[in-house]
Design a protein around this ligand. Structure first.
Ligand SMILES: CSC[C@H]1O[C@@H](n2cnc3c(O)ncnc32)[C@H](O)[C@@H]1O
Ligand SMILES: [Zn+2]
Length: 442
């Protein structure tokens, strides 16, 4: 597109490198990206871009521009439980610590404050889209709107009562009402969030499958997280959870399967046949000693694999760049092959693959003309990144998240030279400390 036809644009960003992710991660050197009405309207060599008129121009020497990161699984409000129950295996962590604490503390105010803390952390470390599965998703939606971040809200469904509702009937009614309320939202989508095979009955699973198909909605579920989950299921039902979900109609191209840290080759073939997406959470899987996800085998089978942090109570941060690095390193160990999970694939998992998993790859996940301007800028001039042979390598293998300087979501600047523009960092920290002292009984 000739530069003259682009006048005027809202934002014009010159950068040393642009990593578009699609068609690939090969960096464009000394290029510029132009934004108009929240969309990317041009990516062109810097020299040509000088002719473009813009309301705002940024010249980011030694920065790399790339698509905002997509955290495909988490429980944002659990940030307020960060560090509360460490060094325990999943089932002890959940049954003896987290579920009792949630029963005691989680209400709308907890979700609002925890969600705001999580979003602030995610924005500061380069995430522009996240997927959340937690109680009071309406409260999360309010904070998401305030922050200006993009999100998928997977409303929770399980067989038990909680502060948000009495059981599957109420969860489905409230979740569908939220989906209806947000149907015109440009930033939020609403998905079904059946918690896990071991907390949702066959009847509730079937209702989720039917209602999600009717609504053409996505489903996100914790699945095959530990070998114990599978052994218990086989003992109780005679079936592996993936097989049971396949029979109940839960698996399909809109199903996002989180963890998958205990899989055999038949499980992988089933997920691939149904076109399911995988969400890999390497740090949570390691911290809870849940298992190893065979990412390379899933990739070879044609499964789209995205990345998530899980909640900050099992990670213990929401830094997706560090998750990318963990995924790349662990992928090599699990495959027994140093060439497994190469840097460009790890970066794609946290961007375009995340967008595909959440069904929003027509909008975000790569820097392409016509896509929404969800863009981040990372400064590669710090000592810890020198020398820069390859910006993709620096992003994946060095400690980079503190170098995220700018972030735009739908063209709106939400991180400006490292400062949040929509949220008050000090106020968020003060409220987190209040929750800590309340929960600690001080
Ligand atoms: C029903 S809201 C979500 C529910 O999930 C719990 N949770 C957090 N992390 C995990 C995990 O790794 N596996 C299973 N369940 C998890 C969270 O505490 C909420 O109760
Ligand atoms: Zn989870």
């Amino acid at each position: 597109m000739p530069a003259q036809s682009l006048h005027p644009v809202d934002t014009l960003i010159f950068a040393r490198w642009i990593i578009p992710v699609a068609p690939n991660c090969t960096p464009l050197v000394e290029h510029a990206l132009a934004i108009r009405n929240g969309e990317i309207c041009a990516i062109l060599p810097a020299k040509e871009a000088e002719a473009i008129e813009a309301a705002e121009v940024l010249r980011l020497d030694n920065h790399v521009l790339m698509p905002g990161l997509i955290n495909a699984h988490g429980h944002a409000a659990m940030s307020l439980f960060r560090g509360m129950a460490d060094d325990k295996p999943l089932h002890t962590w959940l049954n003896d610590h987290i579920w009792p604490a949630e029963g005691r503390w989680v209400d709308e105010a907890f979700v609002r404050d925890g969600c705001e803390l999580a979003i602030a952390e995610m924005l500061r470390s380069g995430t522009t889209t996240f997927s959340d599965m937690y109680f009071f998703p309406e409260a999360a939606a309010g904070i998401i709107r305030k922050a200006g971040i993009r999100a998928q809200l997977s409303f929770p469904i399980f067989d038990f009562s909680c502060a948000w509702g009495s059981g599957p009937d109420e969860y489905l009614r409230k979740g569908l009402a939220l989906r209806d309320e947000l149907k015109h939202s440009k930033l939020i989508t609403v998905a079904f969030g059946p918690h896990a095979p071991y907390t949702v009955s066959d009847d509730a699973m079937q209702r989720v499958a039917t209602l999600a198909a009717e609504a053409d909605a996505a489903i996100q579920i914790h699945l095959h997280e530990t070998q114990q989950e599978i052994d218990d299921a086989v003992a109780q039902t005679g079936k592996r959870p993936i097989q049971r979900l396949a029979e109940l109609g839960l698996l399909g191209p809109k199903t996002q399967c989180v963890h998958l840290a205990a899989l055999n080759d038949d499980d992988i073939a089933t997920l691939a046949n149904f076109g399911c997406h995988a969400v890999h959470c390497p740090e949570s899987n390691m911290k809870l000693a849940s298992g190893f996800s065979p990412v390379e085998k899933m990739r070879a089978a044609g499964i789209n694999v995205a990345i998530g942090t899980d909640g900050a109570a099992s990670n213990n941060d929401l830094d997706l760049f560090s998750e990318i690095r963990s995924a790349a390193l662990l992928g090599k160990v699990v495959a027994g092959d140093a060439s497994a999970l190469p840097d460009h694939y790890a970066l794609t998992m946290a961007t375009l693959n995340g967008a595909k998993a959440l069904g929003i790859d027509h909008l975000v996940g790569s820097l392409e003309v016509g896509k929404q301007a969800d863009v981040i800028a990372i400064d590669l001039s710090a000592l810890e990144q020198q020398p820069v042979y390859s910006p993709v390598s620096q992003l994946v293998y060095t400690n980079i998240s503190h170098q995220v300087r700018y972030s735009w979501i739908m063209g709106r600047k939400v991180l400006d030279n490292g400062e949040l523009t929509t949220l008050d960092r000090r106020d968020i920290i003060a409220r987190a400390e209040l929750w800590r002292s309340r929960i600690s009984g001080e």
